[in-house]
Every structure is written in structure tokens, then in C-alpha cells.
Write a protein that binds this ligand. Structure first.
Ligand code: 5RP
Length: 224
């Protein structure tokens, strides 16, 4: 079980210490969260009493398979703790997310949560966001026009594809991956892009993080 030492597994395990019986949890998406769901599965089997709101159909399926009880916003008004991964984390805790295409639901869940915990291995820390293209979720109708508006902000939007077909998000939308290079002012850029007709949401998560758990040389570092 040597892979037990991977950074993703270590931070996934560390996130358990924020979970208490009776809580409603936001369940993020991605491979790091997958490890967290495995931990949660074990705890639920041992009697931990929680319910989760999944941020994607992928997480919903996994949680169901693992016997993790789920709920939704028709039954609860707030989330106690949301646990999610990220593609990039900057020194101010601003995030780039959406590598897995679940940014809208992830952001809705993060916004509804009292405490937001981000679990990342040490490859995700950056001085400035923008190493990866910024995922922007757009309405399919007229996406070419929306792409041209995005281009005016100095990026090259590329329609995300799977098997040569447009990738369709859980919300029925498209994703434009927008290579900006280094993003100097994430908050400003997010605000500008969000105003464009056709843009549903951007992968910039501004002031939405309370705790970041990273793993360096097998040791969890907790940043608040
Ligand atoms: C999905 C996300 C994920 O949190 C992000 O892509 C990180 O994934 P992983 O844990 O697999 O590296 O934002 O939309």
C-alpha cells in the first residue's frame, strides 16, 4: 500500500478531522475528493452520521456506491463544511477550478457552506493563477459569440471536447478553456467575464476558501 503516501490521499485523510456527526457536507469533485469519499465511506460504515450534497453527477454516483447518504437544497438550507479540490491555489487562497468541468455546482455549494476546505497536493500551489487555461462555463447557444467576447480580454478560448464532441457539463452547458497566461488581478477578471452575455460562471473562486490543506513530504500543512 505504498500509494497510501500520495499527497492527495494524505490531505483527503486530514480533511476528516473537520467532519463531525450530524453535519451536512459539500462533496467536491475530482481525484483528490475521490480519496476523501473513500475515507468517508469507511467512517459512515463505522457509524458516522452525515449527509452530503454532491457537486457533480460523478460524485453523486460514487457517494451512492459508497453508501454515503445524500441530500439536496430542497431539504437543507446550508452546508456545514464543503470539501473540494482545486487546479491552482495562489498565496491569497484564490483558486482556479473547473478542470473536471464541475465549477458551477462547486461554486454554488461553496457559497452555501459555513466552512470551505480545499484539499490539494503540492503540485497545485502557484504564485499567480493562470498556469492552466481558465475554464469558463457558457450557454451552448451562440457560444462562438461568447468566445469572441472572451477573446477581447486577451485570451484564446478553446471549446472543451470529449471524443471530438463538445464536453457538456452537468448543467447542459459548454466549457471554454481560456488561456490568459499569468492572471494579475483574478477578482477583477472574474467580475468582467461574469458580466458577459452567455457566460454562466468562471473557474475563478474568489474569497471562497477558509482552509487549505496541502501535503509536503508527507506532512500536512494547514493554512488559514
Ligand atoms: C473539478 C475541479 C477539481 O476540484 C479540480 O479539477 C481538482 O481535481 P483533482 O483533485 O483531480 O486534481 O475543480 O471541476
Amino acid at each position: 500500500m505504498t500509494h497510501h503516501n500520495s499527497g492527495k490521499q494524505i490531505v483527503a485523510h486530514a480533511a476528516l478531522s473537520y467532519v463531525q456527526s450530524g453535519m451536512t457536507l459539500g462533496l467536491g469533485t475530482g481525484s483528490t475528493v475521490h480519496y476523501f469519499l473513500e475515507e468517508l465511506k469507511r467512517c459512515v460504515r463505522e457509524g458516522l452520521h452525515i449527509q452530503g450534497i454532491p457537486t457533480s453527477k460523478q460524485t453523486e454516483k460514487l457517494a451512492e456506491a459508497y453508501g454515503i447518504p445524500l441530500t439536496d437544497f430542497s431539504k437543507v438550507t446550508k452546508i456545514d463544511v464543503a470539501i473540494d479540490g482545486a487546479d491552482e491555489v495562489d498565496p491569497d487562497f484564490q483558486l482556479m477550478k473547473g478542470g473536471g468541468g464541475s465549477l458551477v455546482r462547486e461554486k454554488i455549494v461553496a457559497e452555501a457552506a459555513d466552512k470551505r476546505i480545499i484539499i490539494v497536493d503540492n503540485t497545485k500551489s502557484v504564485d499567480k493563477l493562470g498556469r492552466f487555461p481558465l475554464p469558463v462555463e457558457v450557454v451552448p447557444f451562440g457560444w462562438q459569440k461568447t468566445a469572441s467576447y472572451l477573446e477581447r480580454f486577451g485570451c484564446t478560448p478553446v471549446l472543451r471536447k470529449v471524443n471530438q464532441q463538445p464536453f457538456v457539463s452537468d448543467n447542459g452547458n459548454y466549457i471554454l478553456d481560456c488561456a490568459f497566461g499569468s492572471i494579475e488581478h483574478p477578482k477583477t477578471l472574474h467580475g468582467q467575464l461574469k458580466q458577459l452575455v452567455g457566460v454562466v460562471e468562471t473557474g475563478l473562486f474568489i474569497d471562497m476558501t477558509d482552509i487549505v490543506l496541502t501535503a509536503n513530504n508527507g506532512v500536512v500543512e494547514r493554512q488559514i
